[in-house]
Design a protein around this ligand. Structure first.
Ligand code: PXP
Length: 235
């Protein structure tokens, strides 16, 4: 399994003061010295954390960018100009604190099928952030997505309550179904140093996208150590 480091929270902290600290490009440089697969950034419509310039500055470092984005023409336009390594389509609500729930791919199949075509034509890998639900997984195959990213938020919440078996089994069977349909499978949201070991029990997961826990830990041990500790658990 590979690690996609989500650095949105570094931009959140920077934006709290409206200045330049902490410098997200410096953070990216530190991260890129470690064995991470990609830097994940969510360009939200309201630009509450990552700004357009952050994406271009970090791309200049030679980083593989996994751009999380809503399926809107404004952000699609930016993705087609930036050409990140991959995009992950996510649902977006203005008032949410973080991405709540997976994208409803089944409910907008035809729209999304057309939406991702120009992205794929530019060689950008397309992933869909969905719940481990059969209808959604089959819809991802229908629209010809390359990957799905299973939303692990419910699993993480259940883990904290000490009873994650049901949510874990949903992830496991969702991954299996997706792989049988030819989709590659990533996972993310709410994964941390305590629950991530269970991801090893899901066959053939490709990437884990993790942000909050690593950036939180970096306050105490530094970014380099926080990344290395997570990499140890993932490998
Ligand atoms: N994957 C996706 C699609 C997300 O939206 C997020 C949150 O931005 C993450 C992974 C990372 O979640 P967390 O910050 O809880 O690790």
């Amino acid at each position: 399994m590979k690690l996609g480091l989500n650095i949105d929270h570094i931009a959140t902290l920077r934006n709290a003061r409206g200045g330049f600290e902490p410098d997200i490009v410096e953070a990216a440089k530190i991260a890129l010295q470690e064995d991470i697969f990609a830097l994940t950034m969510h360009l939200r419509e309201d630009r509450r954390h990552i700004k357009d310039d952050d994406l271009y500055s970090i791309k200049k470092l030679g980083a593989k960018i996994n751009l999380e984005m809503a399926a809107t023409s404004e952000i699609q336009h930016i993705a087609l100009d930036l050409i990140p390594y991959s995009v992950c389509l996510v649902p977006e609500k203005r008032l949410e604190i973080t991405t709540e729930g997976g994208l409803d791919v089944a409910g907008q199949k035809e729209y999304l099928k057309e939406f991702i075509k120009p992205l794929r034509e530019k060689g950008i890998i397309v992933s869909m952030f969905i719940d481990a639900d059969e209808e959604q997984i089959r819809a991802c195959e229908y629209i010809k997505a390359d990957y799905i990213e299973l939303h692990t938020g419910s699993f993480a919440n259940a883990f904290d309550k000490g009873n994650c078996e049901e949510e874990f089994q949903k992830l496991k069977s969702g991954a299996k179904l997706a792989q049988s349909l030819g989709l590659k499978v990533n996972a993310g949201h709410g994964l941390n140093y305590k629950n991530v070991y269970l991801m090893h029990k899901i066959d053939n997961l490709c990437e884990l996208n993790i942000g909050h826990s690593i950036i939180s830990r970096s306050i105490f041990v530094g970014l380099k150590n926080a990344i290395q500790e997570m990499l140890e658990l993932i490998k």
